[in-house]
Write a protein that binds this ligand. Structure first.
Ligand code: NAD
Length: 277
């Protein structure tokens, strides 16, 4: 028996990368899954591939009517909503803060933070009524350390703390709220960040995988399945005493440099001290 047998899940940003990997695992574990995204052709294809346990619904997470309609569809079709995976996201470039336009700032915050707020609010309404549920928000290691896109980092830090804040309120209603902080995971998001179209970004996975191998102490790139397994744990009853948690799944990225880079740094430092006397 699967870990999500009989459960109903909605996944935003479910057409690609982490969301798609999670949709596959949740269906495999027995859930009915509503995949939502703004990439309709890809989302519809994935739902067809996954068979009768999956359906696709367009939802732009920056638009409240779309998010409300998504959870209402789940409620109408299945009569309940057990798992809400607020996962949609994107990022553009790594500009100096002096070059970030207000429009760019608003666009990042809209998808990364407003999208999570709307998902929590509307899924939370149904879950509070039914007296159970698990909400999982995709944050990032970018919300825990610096480097990269400033607005993205700030939005992801906001997701982590927003998760903790609402987890306290929802604990009284039998609803848990947690976040996941992925490290470098091979998905098209890096191609999009580099300014490529979605079609071209889909063709960057091999290059991204090679580049990400050495970003963290564990010497391989992360995969959508790594994050899907973390989402499965937080979504399932296996984590029934866990709420407000930020689960880091990053191959050790937040530990700092790789060990060999550390050894090289210290070796050079000690050598410079010996040379100085
Ligand atoms: N890949 C990584 O290394 C990594 C690391 C940390 C966090 N994340 C986060 O993981 C989440 C998933 O990203 P991914 O890596 O799978 O990238 P991805 O590009 O493969 O998937 C993101 C999905 O979100 C969708 N999306 C974008 N804007 C949307 C909107 N307004 N409404 C609905 N859907 C929208 C995209 O169409 C896409 O299908 C994001 O929140 C991202 O910030 C990714």
């Amino acid at each position: 028996m699967g870990k999500l047998e009989g459960k109903v899940a909605a996944i935003t940003g479910g057409a690609s990368g982490i969301g798609a990997g999670t949709a596959r695992l949740f269906v495999h574990e027995g859930a009915s899954v509503v995949i939502s995204d703004i990439q309709d052709a890809k989302g519809e294809q994935l739902a067809r591939d996954l068979g009768p346990s999956a359906v696709y619904q367009h939802a732009d997470v920056t638009r409240e009517p779309d998010v409300k309609a998504l959870v209402e569809l789940v409620q109408d079709k299945f009569g309940r909503l057990d798992i809400m995976f607020n996962n949609a996201g994107s990022v553009r470039g790594c500009p100096s803060i002096l070059e970030v336009s207000l429009e760019d700032y608003e666009a990042h915050m809209a998808v990364l933070m407003r999208g999570v707020f709307l998902g929590v609010k509307h899924a939370g309404t149904i879950m509070k009524q039914q007296g159970s549920g698990s909400i999982v928000n995709t944050a990032s290691v970018a919300g825990l350390r610096t480097g990269g896109n400033h607005v993205y980092n700030a939005a992801k830090a906001a997701v982590i703390h927003f998760t903790r804040s609402v987890a306290m309120e929802f604990a009284d209603y039998g609803v848990r709220v947690n976040s996941i902080c992925p490290g470098g995971i091979v998905t098209p998001i890096f191609g999009i960040a580099a300014g490529l179209s979605a079609d071209k970004a889909d063709r960057t996975l091999e290059a991204a995988g090679n580049a990400l191998k050495n970003f963290q102490p564990i010497p391989r790139a992360g995969t959508p399945e790594d994050i899907a397994r973390a989402a499965l744990w937080l979504a399932s009853d296996d984590s029934s005493f866990v709420t407000g948690h930020a689960l880091v799944v990053d191959g050790g990225f937040t530990l700092g440099k790789t060990w060999s880079a550390n050894v090289e740094m210290w070796t050079q430092f000690f050598a410079s001290l010996r040379a100085a006397v």
